[in-house]
Design a protein around this ligand. Structure first.
Ligand SMILES: NC(=O)C1=CN([C@@H]2O[C@H](COP(=O)(O)OP(=O)(O)OC[C@H]3O[C@@H](n4cnc5c(N)ncnc54)[C@H](OP(=O)(O)O)[C@@H]3O)[C@@H](O)[C@H]2O)C=CC1
Ligand SMILES: O=C(O)CCCC(=O)O
Length: 475
């Protein structure tokens, strides 16, 4: 942490008391620092203050809110290097990826600072001559979020920016493994002029308590979650009692498909970017590769060669593209899935070995079949299982055979096939001849058990607005 120049970014760090949360560096296991372990009462108090602050904020014009958000965007970009270092230290991703995430996270603030000014209502042609009918759009109130460790800044700004732009206040509980980035990003919001009670980070080792509190609170009108499908289900059940609005961005099992008419070199490049970003720890990472018979060997050869060239190491080291996994559980899961696949006949084309600590070699597995656990489960690690397929019909059947429906990818040069496959894939997002599709301007989200709602794009702000119908009679 000595290398962080803007020390105000670390102002949330606290002394090592009995209850403080220790944050470690997944590359070394060293403790980086401590953050507060907030009690239930402290979190309740943050929610109550957010409810008060929201009333004032909602009365500001969208333009006034936008000005503060744009200052926040600028401060994030001015502090990009420090924020990226904090992120790499606590999360493990390579520094270049952390810089990219800071810019990506900031882009949602810039985008929604603008979109907040366009939350138009409607005037509706009336069927009754003495009436006028219109709608206005109003902030839902207090929004709460629970976010994961894999994108410690972007998953907060992708929710906080539309909420704040719409006139809501926002309370977020980041993952206990990556709170430093969250606190640092929010500190810059205060420096941009955002009232403290309007945007609060709370941290606790008792995530279940925070979830129950958020979902059960009458003061919170909306909960937004990114994380595992399992926790998403719990939060949806808990939200039922207070009939809370929910946005859920949950697990994925993205198929990456290479057809016989694909540009194989482009597919290899896309596969590397899609699979190995954040060491495979993103919900939109390619999880399973389906390659058509006639190009299978060529793809596997070129892909394996590219994977063997990826450098593993500490994210701050020059040229590293594969950092550590977030914790021992993540590594154990990867090892279990590889062992189970190889016992059933899969072959290791490259990688496959423990690299010490929380590191695992980027791996390509061949002779994989669709029924293996490594294909059925979300891997969340740097392993690429490659499956053969013969025809488009059986391919679509396999690709859609999952409870998940977040991202999917395919490579083809045939325009008829492109439309047919894009329409047939049961997913919220489809990358065609492209392995990384995330951008603030496009709607991010899933179908089936990958979630509810959309983030980013013009749709993202709808999640934080109510539509009110006003009927004007006696005209
Ligand atoms: N869609 C995505 O982007 C993500 C998907 N995942 C998937 O989930 C798997 C497990 O990862 P994991 O980190 O455990 O994901 P979780 O879903 O457990 O964690 C995500 C967030 O939810 C919190 N949380 C955990 N349990 C509860 C609960 N009962 N009530 C309320 N909040 C809760 C966590 O807090 P805390 O950190 O304090 O435990 C964290 O802030 C991964 O291997 C991957 O498959 C994981 C992360 C992101
Ligand atoms: O849920 C995730 O894994 C984060 C989303 C990554 C992205 O926006 O590309």
């Amino acid at each position: 942490m000595e290398q962080i120049k803007n020390r105000s970014l670390l102002s949330a760090m606290c002394e090592n008391t009995n209850s403080a949360i220790a944050v470690d560096n997944p590359a070394t296991g060293d403790i980086l620092g401590y953050v507060p372990n907030h009690s239930k009462q402290e979190i309740e108090s943050a929610v109550s203050k957010a409810a008060e602050a929201q009333k004032v904020w909602a009365k500001q014009t969208a333009k006034q809110r936008s000005e503060i958000l744009l200052r926040w965007f600028n401060l994030l970009m001015e502090n990009q290097e420090d924020l990226a270092r904090i992120m790499t230290l606590e999360q493990g991703k390579p520094l270049a990826e952390s810089r990219g995430e800071v810019a990506y996270g900031a882009s949602f603030i810039q985008w929604f600072a603008e979109e907040g000014k366009r939350t138009y209502g409607e005037t509706i042609p009336t069927p009754m001559a003495d009436r006028r009918i219109m709608t206005i759009r109003q902030p839902v109130g207090v929004a709460a979020a629970i976010t994961p460790w894999n994108f410690p800044i972007a998953m907060i700004t992708r929710k906080a920016a539309p909420a704040l732009a719409a006139g809501c206040s926002f309370v977020a509980k980041p993952a206990a493994q990556t709170p430093l980035s969250a606190y640092a990003a929010v500190e810059l919001a205060y420096q941009a002029g955002l009232p403290r009670d309007l945007l609060t980070i709370v941290t606790t080792t008792d995530a279940a308590m925070a979830g129950e509190l958020f979902c059960g609170s009458e003061q919170i009108q909306k909960i937004s979650f990114t994380g595992s499908t399992n926790v998403g289900r719990i939060l949806m059940k808990q939200s039922a009692e207070s009939v809370k609005r929910v946005s859920m961005e949950l697990g994925g099992n993205a198929p990456f498909i290479v057809f016989d008419d694909a540009d194989i070199d482009a597919a290899v490049k896309g596969a590397i970017a899609s699979k190995f970003r954040n060491a495979g720890q993103t919900c939109v990472c390619a999880n399973r590769f389906y390659v058509q018979n006639s190009v299978y060997d060529e793809f596997v050869d070129k892909f394996s060669k590219a994977v063997s060239e990826l450098k593993i190491g500490h994210g701050l080291e020059e040229g590293v593209s594969i950092g550590p996994l977030i914790d021992d559980n993540a590594k154990n899961k990867v090892q279990r899935l590889i062992a189970s696949a190889t016992e059933q006949g899969a072959k290791v084309a490259v990688g496959g070995k423990d690299h010490g600590g929380r590191f695992f070699e980027p791996t390509v597995l061949t002779d994989v079949t669709h029924d293996m656990a490594i294909v059925q489960e979300e891997i969340f690690g740097p392993i690429a299982p490659v499956i053969r397929f013969n025809d488009d019909e059986s391919l679509i059947q396999m690709a859609n055979d999952t409870i998940y429906g977040l991202a999917s990818y395919f490579y083809s040069k045939n325009i008829n096939r492109i439309f047919a496959i894009a329409e047939a894939l049961d997913y919220g997002m489809v990358g065609v001849n492209e392995g990384v599709i995330s951008t603030e301007v496009a709607p991010f989200g899933g179908v089936k058990q990958s979630g509810i709602g959309r983030e980013g794009a013009k749709q993202g702000i709808d999640e934080y607005l109510n539509t009110k119908y006003i009927c004007l009679g006696g005209m």
